[in-house]
Design a protein around this ligand. Structure first.
Ligand code: ADP
Length: 150
């Protein structure tokens, strides 16, 4: 059983995140979407709301599970018996950060990180921009996975 954790803030979960998970399902038997809640940063959506939106996106996909956690990602991955971390990479801007975290996680725990380059059509999609647009009353349905309502 190849199980991966896809960790993130998912504030909100976007169509870019959705695409990474869909593609990850071609490599892993099960993907646990882990909503990290230990950051001191304030979020727009509650954990419950974020879980609800992710469940809507994967209502027909039993191989995707969503959980919240408030520990280190590697400790969470160990607790659910996942040997891989899945991440997405949009740009060189993401690269250094992802490499640092991936190397640290591997050195500390042996957990390997699998990074997928985003589909070009979703490279501009970010939770931060979605939140900014929402704060000005704009419709962000184009940023969300199919069948997901806020
Ligand atoms: P974090 O706060 O850990 O960066 P995010 O929720 O912002 O969490 O993102 C989780 C993962 O999804 C990260 O690997 C991020 O690079 C990736 N990601 C974010 N937006 C996209 C996108 N549009 N396409 C592909 N991957 C993305």
């Amino acid at each position: 059983m190849k199980r991966a954790v896809f960790p993130g803030s998912f504030d909100p979960f976007t169509i870019g995140h959705y695409s990474i998970v869909q593609r990850g399902l071609g490599m892993f038997d099960e993907i646990i979407i882990g909503i990290g809640t230990n950051q001191s940063k304030k979020t727009l959506f509650t954990v419950e709301k974020r879980i609800d939106m992710i469940k809507q996106a994967f209502v027909n996909e039993p191989r995707v599970v969503v959980m919240a956690y408030n520990s280190l990602t590697i400790d969470f991955a160990n607790s659910v018996d996942a040997h891989f971390v899945l991440r997405g990479l949009r740009s060189v801007g993401d690269f250094e950060y992802e490499r640092t975290i991936a190397d640290t996680n591997r050195i500390l725990s042996g957990i390997e990180t699998v990074i997928l380059f985003t589909e070009a059509a979703y490279a501009h999609i970010s939770s931060t921009v979605a939140r900014d647009l929402m704060s000005y009353g704009k419709d962000i349905s184009g940023f969300l996975p199919p069948n997901v309502k806020i």
